[in-house]
Design a protein around this ligand. Structure first.
Ligand code: SF4
Length: 399
């Protein structure tokens, strides 16, 4: 009898990566592997990598080195965006490191008979699964490496999305997150061979017997259309929270970044959303320290972001990505980068606090997590009642 190979999985990066790791786990399980949470027990380690910033690359290399030290035998397979961009850098870490861009190599899962031990709970099994429905980007943001590592546009079919979501609903999940690199460009084949956009797909999901609420991971501002806003307004099962990357609020910097909208366009969409769905949370990515971002442009961004009263920010520090047009520009100094990131981080904390304060004393439907916390529909982190089971929707009071 063959012993199941124990496989340690780890994910860096975005929700798309996280959903891809879940897919990988399913495929490896299907071939007899057993996911484990302790690296020391693993026969094989798999790291799903991210390359969106220089820091993401460095964190991945450090993590792989740590795995090699903590487990002296297991091979480490690195997959994902960094592996696709710079396989040689990763292989140079050790002869035990290999890059895995397709299926597991033949023979990797076969092993000698040994007693099979019980698997501990999978630490990465989450209360709200990510369902990848779209992949790929062909935009020309001058700082971004994603179109180089994910150039192929792909859409899950409508029936594929429904099948996956119904199965998650049967498994008892009460919230799912739809993800994609450009989620708002979803154009999956539906009944009658017609292309469904995101709004039509959501309508189909809402008509289905699935009982979860749906969260959207990230949408570009030009994808926040009136029909989508109306759908969020009309359906309590679509979470009133959108994450809309802004990157900069200065039109000069936006243009130089290769972004295709102006600040006014962004502000108009947020305003329209708030008119229709006043309790909607809106968070944004902001990229600080772009090479052409002057002090004045940065101040402009700070002032305008304050004025938008968003509900939180993801602050990224610019770092040159080899092969992108912006990489040839002289970077701003590390001190400037640091101070802008700190200031923007503080602003994010303030925005979160202000948004939360608007809801103090109210009750909101909240997905409980294992830590005793949960996330409201409009994405406020709250404490949940002590008896709330992780993964369940409960009413929580905002205090
Ligand atoms: S930042 Fe621009 S290029 Fe990068 S994934 Fe987003 S839209 Fe595509």
């Amino acid at each position: 009898m063959k012993r199941a190979k124990k496989v340690f999985f780890y994910t860096f990066g975005c929700k798309v990566n996280q959903s891809e790791t879940e897919g990988l786990k399913d495929r490896w399980r299907g071939r007899g592997a057993l996911p484990v949470s302790e690296v020391t027990r693993a026969d094989v380690c798999i790291v799903n990598s991210c390359t969106v910033t220089a820091r993401a690359d460095e964190e991945c290399r450090q993590f792989v080195r740590r795995l090699l030290r903590r487990n002296r035998k297991a091979p480490v397979y690195v997959t994902g965006c960094y592996a696709r961009r710079a396989a040689a850098d990763l292989k140079a870490l050790s002869p035990r490191v290999a890059v895995l861009l397709k299926e597991p190599p033949e023979g990797l899962l076969a092993s000698e008979p040994r007693r099979l031990s019980v698997s501990p709970p999978d630490p990465s099994s989450r209360s709200r699964p990510f369902v990848k429905i779209q992949d790929g980007c062909r935009a020309r943001c001058r700082y971004c490496i994603v179109p180089r590592v994910r150039p192929r546009l792909w859409n899950q079919t409508v029936s594929g999305v429904l099948r996956k979501c119904l199965s998650l609903s049967r498994d008892g999940y009460e919230e799912i997150v739809l993800t994609g690199i450009r989620l708002g460009l979803y154009r999956g084949v539906g009944p009658g061979n017609k292309r469904f956009d995101l709004v039509r797909l959501l309508e189909r999901l809402l008509e289905s017997p699935a009982r979860f609420r749906i969260r959207l991971s990230s949408l570009e501002v030009t994808e926040v259309t009136d029909p989508l806003i109306r759908l969020i307004q009309g359906s309590p099962r679509v979470c009133p929270h959108l994450h809309i990357p802004l990157q900069s609020a200065d039109d000069g910097v936006l243009r130089e970044m290769g972004r295709w909208y102006r600040f006014r366009d962004y502000a108009d969409r947020v305003e329209r959303l708030r008119e229709r769905v006043p309790h909607c949370g809106v968070t944004a990515d902001v990229l600080v320290g772009y090479p052409t971002e002057t002090d004045r442009a940065f101040r402009n961004t700070v002032d305008r972001v304050k004025g938008l009263a968003l509900s939180g920010l993801h602050v990224f520090r610019y770092s040159p990505r080899p092969g992108t047009p912006a990489a040839s520009l002289p970077p701003c100094s590390p001190q400037v980068l640091q101070s802008r990131a700190t200031e923007m981080g503080r602003l994010s904390e303030q925005l979160k606090k202000d948004f939360r304060e608007r809801f103090v004393g109210t009750w909101r439907e909240t997905l409980a997590e294992s830590s005793g916390y949960g996330w409201t529909d409009n994405y406020i982190r709250v404490t949940v009642p002590g008896d709330a089971l992780p993964g369940r929707l409960v009413q929580a009071r905002i205090v």
